[in-house]
Design a protein around this ligand. Structure first.
Ligand code: HEM
Length: 427
């Protein structure tokens, strides 16, 4: 068994949270290089924390060795989100997984396809050809309307005022969430944190009201009948889903897709993606690999155990870094290069090699739904447009709270010519 490299340092003065949250990728990459190890020790949120940046390590942590760990979010996220599956013990999480799966699992995808298609056409059928479009904003609006309709049955066309006021509240709520890691270190009561708690109560009020007025046969009615044990449990989970978390993750992935496939040098790739669903799938897997919306996940060690050959003592935190694991050079040669073709003969392995949606029993309940959503939008875009990302923009990424370019990237779209689209239309 190998000894962990790195240092947990002294309590408080040895804490590296500020350095990590300022630039997590530099923090991780610098230590991987310094220790010549993709698994290392440091101190985060004032706890000795083992960072795991290998495919094998994340697979063990989320899979076979999952029982040695508790989820590590309760202390800093529970106040702003309330109780939900993310903070639960294994038994409770398994029960809630089943309930949520009934609502949003893979078998529900066919019934949501119309909604995805309708909103795809609404938001992307008429992209402004004369002006550059702010990409993340465009996708965020689509994803927000999608999630409000999916989780709250709220049609933005029919209820524009309510939609806007919910967006306002979720934005305030979100600003409190992103202030959390550092306010935990100092004090929980920054002003944005206080406003986030108020926003949470407002959002819960709106959710309660919607749930109290469900109509027979509506999507909200299926929520009330899914098997949540109490009204409060249902409301808290609806809060989790209607928060800005899901729209931001969707917008992050669509933005990365658009940037990775933009420009004249990618024209052939876009053409292939328009004609061949496998090619589009390989591109999306590569987008997941290089730009996962969430940097990783956190666990607390319940008993001594071994991850990827390193002993982890009871009481330590473990942070898996999806960004680093997805660049594990033992699994992905030329890890920094965008190479959709690497998935050609490996598509079936993807669920074991990518952790964009987590892994094992605590993996994301919405995976199939999200993959279908991303595929639908991206297929629509490659079938209908060519696009380029005008030069001179800073495309470097920030990684927290979700990955996206630091600057608001703009793109310019041109409709594909009829002969370009004819092959696609005939299939
Ligand atoms: C692109 C969008 C999404 C991404 C990238 C994503 C990603 C993730 C990740 C990485 C985890 C695991 C966290 C961990 O290991 O600590 C997770 C868990 C979860 N996700 Fe998603 N998610 C997305 C959308 C959704 C949607 C739409 C739903 C709603 C059905 C959903 C429901 C859940 C639930 C319930 C869990 C917790 C599972 C548990 O703790 O047992 N997610 N998600």
């Amino acid at each position: 068994m190998a000894a962990l490299k790195g240092r947990a340092g002294y309590s408080v003065i040895g804490d590296k949270s500020a350095e990590f949250y300022k630039d997590p990728i530099t923090f991780v990459n610098w230590r991987i290089k310094e220790y010549d190890s993709r698994v290392f020790l440091s101190r985060l949120l004032n706890k000795p924390t083992v960072f795991v940046g290998t495919i094998n390590g994340v697979k063990e942590l989320t899979g076979a060795k999952n029982r040695h760990f508790d989820m590590g979010y309760r202390a800093f996220l529970q106040p702003v989100f309330g109780n939900n599956i993310m903070f639960e013990t294994p038994a409770e999480a398994a029960r809630l997984h089943q309930v949520i799966h009934r609502l949003y699992g893979a078998q529900t995808v066919p019934s949501v396809k119309n909604l995805i298609q309708r909103l795809t056409e609404k938001h992307f059928s008429n992209l402004d050809k004369s002006h550059c479009v702010s990409v993340y904003t465009l996708f965020k609006r689509f994803a927000t309307e999608f999630s409000l309709e999916l989780f709250l049955g709220l049609d933005a066309e029919k209820h524009p005022d309510l939609t806007e006021s919910i967006i306002d509240v979720t934005t305030t709520h979100w600003h409190g969430i992103i202030s959390v890691p550092l306010t935990v270190k100092m004090s929980m009561f920054s002003s944005s944190y206080g406003r986030a708690l108020e926003a949470k109560d407002k959002l819960l009020g709106i959710i309660r009201d919607k749930l109290a007025h469900t109509k027979d046969g509506s999507s909200l009615q299926s929520l009330t009948e899914a098997g949540f044990q109490t009204a409060e449990e249902l409301e808290q989970h609806t809060l989790l889903f209607t928060s800005a978390l899901v729209p931001k993750a969707i917008a992050s992935m669509l933005t990365s897709f658009l940037i990775a496939t933009g420009g004249s040098e990618k024209e052939i790739l876009r053409q292939q993606a328009a004609e061949d669903a496998d090619c589009l799938n390989h591109i999306l897997l590569e987008v997941e690999r290089l730009w996962p919306p969430f940097l990783g996940g956190r666990r607390l060690t319940l008993e001594d155990c071994v991850i990827d050959g390193f002993k982890i003592p009871k009481g330590y935190a473990v942070v898996y870094i999806t960004h680093a694991a997805h660049r594990d050079p033992t699994i992905f040669p030329q890890p920094e290069t965008f190479k959709p073709e690497r998935w050609k003969d490996r598509t079936s392995e993807a669920s074991n090699l990518l952790f964009t949606f987590g892994g094992g029993v605590r993996s994301c309940v919405g995976t199939a739904l999200m993959k279908t959503t991303l595929q639908t939008v991206c297929r629509y875009l490659v079938e209908h447009y060519n696009w380029r990302i005008p030069a001179g923009q800073d495309l470097s990424y920030k990684w927290l709270p979700v990955s996206r370019p630091k600057d608001n990237t703009v793109a310019s779209f041109t409709p594909r010519l009829p002969q370009e689209t004819s092959t696609t239309n005939s299939t």
